[in-house]
Ligand binder design. Structure first.
Ligand code: ADP
Ligand code: F6P
Length: 321
């Protein structure tokens, strides 16, 4: 393959830049011409495609966000618009693309590949960790650490005022961020969409702990469970301690990527180019059992998850007692 393009799509995540840099530099080192596509599929559609040089990727390994910019583009779900996007690639003789994003972005890539023969490789870039076929997505580790930092700060004030504080974290429909933040942050409760989360049980646990001298409660709430304000109201009806809630919001998406995310991004970027260099595609790159693996791109949504969420949930509940 002589010409490839790189794009980022969906919500940005720390590590996307490191993946862009790696894929671009490795491709250039092999004599492959590299293009950048701005604003994900929106830019592919609007012909925002430019030749990338090594200056473009310099000084970005430690930066959160994405130098290529990202967007959500509803038109891309329509084959008519995908045909325009494919034409913009083909007129430049771009044969393969590296798509850094979540499973929505992979669905777009899959359609482009099937309809227009463009070779696609997906790199999992999202803080949500909600892609099958990989134990970790780029940005999850950095985001988890951002949440842990927030928990420590919130705990200081929770203890001083002897309050129960609910912390809503991102994750879309997945509870990974909330669950792992609860375990690693020494949380006292966690509500995730994968479980039933009876509010009575949480209230009971809080009352029990208070009887044993606990001065505060930190409860992690995954956004997929519902609005934290509603949970706050429901809890207030059941316990007498003061309750507050915090929505961490977009602070979770930014920041310099952790060493883990930079390494993962760099390895995945290199792997993506190895695949395209061999004129292969239609796959996603993942990390399973500490090894880089590939799966058909559709595995991201119809494959098996390795993460044993039940075990971690039990662990979190036992530790919270
Ligand atoms: P993520 O990639 O993080 O899951 P989204 O679900 O918002 O984020 O998807 C990002 C973009 O991928 C969408 O804005 C759209 O352009 C494209 N996309 C998502 N789903 C599809 C689909 N079913 N078919 C084609 N393109 C899609
Ligand atoms: O997919 C990443 C993510 O941050 C989710 O955790 C969250 O639900 C969503 O994106 C927020 O999207 P936006 O920034 O468009 O509000």
């Amino acid at each position: 393959m002589k010409k490839i393009a790189i794009l980022t799509s969906g919500g940005d995540s720390p590590g996307m830049n490191a993946a862009i840099r790696s894929a671009a530099k490795i491709a250039m080192s092999k004599g492959i011409k590299v293009y950048g596509i701005q604003r994900g599929y929106l830019g592919m559609l609007n012909d925002e495609i430019f030749p990338m040089d090594d200056r473009f990727v310099s000084g970005i390994i430690d930066r959160g966000g994405t130098r290529l910019l990202t967007a959500r583009c509803l038109e891309f779900k329509d084959p008519k618009f995908r045909a325009i996007a494919a034409h913009n690639l083909k007129k430049r003789e771009i044969e393969g693309i590296v798509v850094i994003g979540g499973d929505g972005s992979y669905r777009g890539a899959d359609a482009l590949s099937k309809e227009h023969g463009i070779k696609v490789v997906g790199i999992p870039g999202t803080i949500d960790n909600d892609i099958k076929g990989t134990d970790f997505t780029l940005g999850f580790d950095t985001c988890l650490n951002t949440i842990l930092d927030a928990i420590s700060k919130i705990r200081d004030t929770a203890t001083s005022h002897e309050r129960t504080i609910l912390i809503e974290v991102m994750g879309r429909h997945a509870g990974d961020l909330a669950l792992q933040a609860c375990i690693a942050g020494g949380g006292d409760g966690v509500l995730i969409p994968e479980m039933d989360n009876p509010i009575e049980l949480l209230a009971l646990q809080i009352k029990e702990r208070r009887k044993h001298g606990k001065l505060h409660d930190i409860v992690l709430v995954a956004e997929g469970v519902g609005k934290v304000q509603d949970i706050e109201e429901a809890l207030k009806e059941r316990i007498t301690t003061e309750v507050r809630s915090v929505v961490l919001g977009h602070v979770q998406r930014g920041g310099t990527p952790s060493g883990f995310d930079r390494m993962l991004a760099t390895r995945m970027g290199a792997k993506a180019i190895e695949i395209l260099e061999n004129d292969e595609g239609g796959v996603m790159v993942g990390l399973e059992n500490n090894k880089l693996v590939t799966h058909p791109i559709s595995y991201a949504w119809d494959g098996e998850r390795n993460y044993s969420i039940n075990d971690d949930y039990e662990l979190a509940l036992t530790l919270a007692k």
